[in-house]
Structure formats: structure tokens, C-alpha cells
Write a protein that binds this ligand. Sequence first.
Ligand SMILES: NC(=O)c1ccc[n+]([C@@H]2O[C@H](COP(=O)([O-])OP(=O)(O)OC[C@H]3O[C@@H](n4cnc5c(N)ncnc54)[C@H](O)[C@@H]3O)[C@@H](O)[C@H]2O)c1
Length: 354
Amino acid sequence: MQETRVGIVGAGKMGITHCGSFMRVESARVVSACDPDRSKLAVIRSSEWPEVEYYEGHFSPEYIIPEVYTDLTEMLLKSPIDAVIVSTPNVTHYEIVKESLKAGKHVLVEKPAATTYEHALELASIARDKGLVLSVGQCWRFHPHIQYAREIVGSGIIGEIVKFKGFGIHESYVPSSSWFSRKELSGGGALIDMGIHPIDTLRYVLGKVQISHVAGSYITAFGSYDVEDVGVALMTMENGAPGIVEFGWANPHTDGVESSIQIFGTKGYLRVFPTSLKLTVAEKKGEFFPKICDWYLTRELYIRQARHFIECIESGVENINSGIDNTETMRIIDALYRSNNEKRVVFLNEYRTI
Ligand SMILES: NC(=O)c1ccc[n+]([C@@H]2O[C@H](COP(=O)([O-])OP(=O)(O)OC[C@H]3O[C@@H](n4cnc5c(N)ncnc54)[C@H](O)[C@@H]3O)[C@@H](O)[C@H]2O)c1
């Protein structure tokens, strides 16, 4: 059987999550891990992994990782790996992904792929030119409810899309003591950290529907840091119809859990988390509660993402979360920051495309 050898870069919370996920994919083998912090390497190599926050379930390691490194260049040179999984602070993604692709490795990088659209574009171009798989950890694309929503919208059953809503908000989380709230390490606050989830999820569910222009508005309200933690994104589709995405940390109330979305069509309404479909047929209204799966944010999401990445490498299946597709999400994020900073509506065609 073909085996894909994987190296994990960044042995923090998501590094452990990815390690546990790839250890559960039959044809993948986690061969090495890299982190400048030796204490993190000691933990990822031990049999005592900490409980990983934000989703249910405890990953225990299935085997010991044979090699650890404190330097990426050394790992790329010495470790016999085919693919690199990047789970480091956001601003480091661009250089780590670029170096890994240039060394001929397939890459799965955590969201955001980079902290600017231009960098995301460059990474996608390198991967395409080298014929390598570049995937971005927009994990919600692998949730069965989100995939169901994409099928429903694609089928046309809810008619033409006239409005959407999305939510990417943490009710209690204030990352004041971590790199997430330091712009020089994160590249931004709740928009690039949380808003990116519903924005990407909506793009996936809406399929061919394109965003024409955006207006972003945000403030810093809940901590002493230099990034945003309360915000709203207004996104206008090419048919002129509006959409809205709320993002934030530590907001007193959220109207929806992470990546919950609502789509309003001329013939029906669809929401995910909780998931239901409302249709009007022959002037009669009905609401359906499809039985798909009963889990929300669990390790299963990351295992599905890992399995798909390996399938892309080994079987060349169409990449659900490709770096090229992700440039569009990054274009919207970049435009929203520009919109807030320049206090104007930003048209996506102000940017060059791949
Ligand atoms: N998809 C999701 O559900 C999800 C959830 C949380 C975080 N994330 C993303 O995952 C990434 C990592 O977040 P985290 O919560 O695991 O952070 P973390 O702080 O727990 O871990 C980051 C690790 O990277 C290491 N590191 C720093 N610079 C490095 C470098 N140059 N090379 C190698 N290692 C380096 C640090 O020592 C640390 O161990 C971020 O991009 C974040 O946005 C995604």
C-alpha cells in the first residue's frame, strides 16, 4: 500500500490535533515534527497529550513520532517526508509554506493560508506550477451539514439567493495573553481568525455565486491589544443581493455558533447549526430537519480533512479546500481590512487574480 509521510510544523494545539488526525489515516505516517520550542516537541512526542480545546474528544497518540527538529530547513533536508502540515502563528505561514513547496513537499496549512491576499496568491501559484497539493485548513468544508447545504443550494430548490448571514464569534474567549491578539504575529484579529470561517463556508455553500464588493466595520472593545474583536462584514453578491457576516471574540451574545450560516432564497430558506430547510411548495410552507449526523465541532472534522488531503496526494481527487480556491476567501478578507481602514466600499476587481 502507498504511504504518505508527513511532517508537522508547529507542535501547539492544532499541531497536536493534526498529528492525531493523520495518525488515524490508514496510508499516512507522521514521521517528524518541528517547533523551535523544545517543550512543545517533548509533549507531541510523549503519550500525554493535553486535552485539545474547542472541540470534544481527547486524542491520544497512536505511535511515537520518530524524528523531531527545531529548524524547518533541517527537517526539509533530512526527514523523509512527502508532505508538511503547517500549524504555526499566522504570520509565519507564508515563509514556511513557500519553503516547503520549494522543497517539493505537498502542504496543508492552517487558516489563514497567509496574512495577505498577495501572499496567498503567490503560494497558490507556486503549488500549481510545481504540481503539488496545497490545501488550506478551512475545516468546516468537511462537515456533513455544510456539504448538505452546498448540495441543496446547488440543486436550485431554494431558488435564487437573495440574502445570506454567517457567524464567526466566540462568546467568552479573549486571547489577550496569546499571539492571536498581537498583530505582528497574527496579521489581524477576529476577522482573520473567526470571520474567515463563515466567509469561507458561505463561499463553499454558495458555489458559483460570486462576491462583487464588501464593506467592513470593526472595533477593539474587549481587550488592550492592537487587533479587532467586534465586527461586521457586508458582502454584496454579483446580482446585487446582500450578505452579512458577524465576527468577534468575547461578545456578550452570538446569534449563531462558529460557522453557522443562513441562506435566503426566492423559494426557501436554509440554515446550518442547527440545520433545517424551509420550503414553500404550492403555497404551503414546510420545515425539514434532515438527519445527517449529530456531531458539531469534534475531532472527526479534522480527521476527514486529513483523509481528504492524503487522497488528493495519492489519488489526485479534486481538492475541496485547495490553495487556489482559498485565494478568493483571502481576497475578501484583505478587502474587508482595506474597507475598514480606508472607510470605503472595496470592489474585489481592484485586486489582480491568479
Ligand atoms: N481550523 C481550526 O479550527 C483552527 C483552530 C485553532 C487554530 N487554528 C490555526 O492554527 C494555527 C496554530 O494555532 P494554535 O492554536 O495551534 O497555536 P499554538 O500557539 O497553540 O501553537 C503554535 C505553535 O507553533 C510554534 N511555532 C512558532 N513559530 C514557529 C516556526 N517558525 N516554526 C515552527 N513552529 C513554530 C510555537 O512554538 C507553538 O508551539 C493558527 O494559524 C490558527 O489560526 C485553526
